[in-house]
Ligand binder design. Sequence first.
Ligand code: H79
Length: 613
Amino acid sequence: MMSTTRQAMLIYLCMTAVMALAVVSGPAVAPVAAKDYWNDETPAERDARMKWWQEARFGMFIHWGLYAVPAGEWKGKTNYAEWIRNRAEIPLKEYDKFVGRFKPVRFDADRWVRMAKRAGMKYVVITSKHHDGFCMWPSELTNYDVDSTPLKIDIMGQLRRACEKEGIRFCMYHSIMDWHHPDYLPRRKWEKDRPVDGADYGRYVKYMKGQLAELVKQYQPGVLWFDGEWEPTWTHEQGKDLYQFVRSLDPNIIINNRVDKGRRGMEGMTEKGEFRGDFGTPEQQIPATGIPGADWETCMTMNGHWGWNKNDKNWKSDKDLIRKLVDIASKGGNFLLNIGPKPDGTFPQQAIDRLEAIGKWMDVNGQAIYGTAACPTGRPTWGRITTKSLDNGNTRLFLHIFDWPADGKIDVAVANKPIKCTLLANNSCAIKAASDPNGLTVTLTGNAPDLICSVVVLDVVGSPQPLKMCARQAKDGSVTLKAQDAEIHNPKDGQAARYESGHGKDNIGYWMDPRAWVEWDVRIDKPGTFDVVAQMGSTTDGPQVRVVIGDQQLTGAARDTGSWDKYATVTLGQITIVKSGPCRLEVHPVKESWKPINLRSITLRPSGSNKGK
Ligand code: H79
């Protein structure tokens, strides 16, 4: 049978021929317009194309290329990886010596793919070409490829076949930016040895398209994951054209938003507008909330580098990685977790260990991740929720419990009636679930079956009816309001304040506009007098905030912490709450005093007179 790719190629060629004929024979024959893969796709067609990817939820990113050879080190500095050529300013003459030293004698594609599968990953995205321009398959269009290395291994081909065997989707990362091709522009500022004379960017684009045609034809990637689109030589028009071109090679292929110019920085979601791309690409960060209707995938490293860096020992823990996977699934996203293989073709042992640990968790809990949808409510304090609709119109909620409660009780902010509730690890273990006007309460017994994340399966009647989430008082009477749970109100015009995460950030930032304000829903069960304590970062003394709770308010000032990313705990004042029940806490800038601050949290802490009551 002819593959869909081949068919598409044929249709594409035929249409090109028809269009050429139309031109030759003049206006009497109406030209047949090529399908516009972006605008002419119906929502149903798009859903069908995206289905496998949306259900997969978890994939492996692989950054492998010549940069594995220096392993992150150049002239005594050790903090490089796949950007080493650029960051260490290595002349091409020097860098190209890695071609002769790329000898992955222990490369075993089957082993790699089996490790991905064991970890519970459903797809693999590997660098066919990173920014350094080196091609990991034998390309007809350049000698800067694996055919010029001592072992001449077609890495893409071997991985493609291994994926096929194991039922894993094979996908490719391809960089638009290219620091090697003579026609690519611009050059790096420090490059003195490569004059731009004769360079022709249009010719580079043709080269790239030719290579993409090779890749799609020979390896049928499920996703083309572009990157390096931010340089000014790459335009929106070219992005549109490349999206159409790649879809015309294989109509079913999925393409990330870095094909075009609509990506919002490292936050990665696509700006509003005509921008192409099937999914957003947050890099090294997880969005604060899901984005209804948007497809996205967080890509992240296990340590601090994408390519192999032998000195980077800063590995994320099993717990951190598993909870990140859960967090992402609970917001309706995919997790693309990176491996930077070593030059001998093996995975770093630390990466192998982590894949193994995630796999063990997925063996038990995978069904709470695959094919699930985002949590319908806000984020609970005890963990995360994923959902699945059941055939009979009811809903299955997977309660991913990070912090097993001491009193055994967890709140689920939905109005639905419970049907049954069990532990996923042991489905004979019935758990009590009861609903009241404040939502559902699940009562657990015993200890957490999994200290990283225990999953409770809760079936409820009908589709989810979310209730407003309230922050509640802890045992000591305090309430902590976190940046990630704030509702941010921005004026329609002007700079928008937003929640920032990743790279140690966990705060409301970009708070330039004093008209922007934030609020939280709170529920007070034990009224009294509270100290209002804020964690704030500021580059000056004095920006004031007004905190409003019900009909009371107070004003306090931020202190100079030297940097927006350094935080001080400041007591803003005291406030007395007389009535129990739900209320709102708002934080407004005081306009006259305003200089941007970062806000990490607000805590209401029972004050001296109130303590222990
Ligand atoms: O392949 C890995 C990295 O090598 C690559 N992307 C991941 C998947 C990467 N390249 N650059 N970076 C990561 C950081 C670059 C950030 C910037 Fe920009 C590029 C800052 C300014 C231009 C992206 C575009 C963020 C803001 C605008």
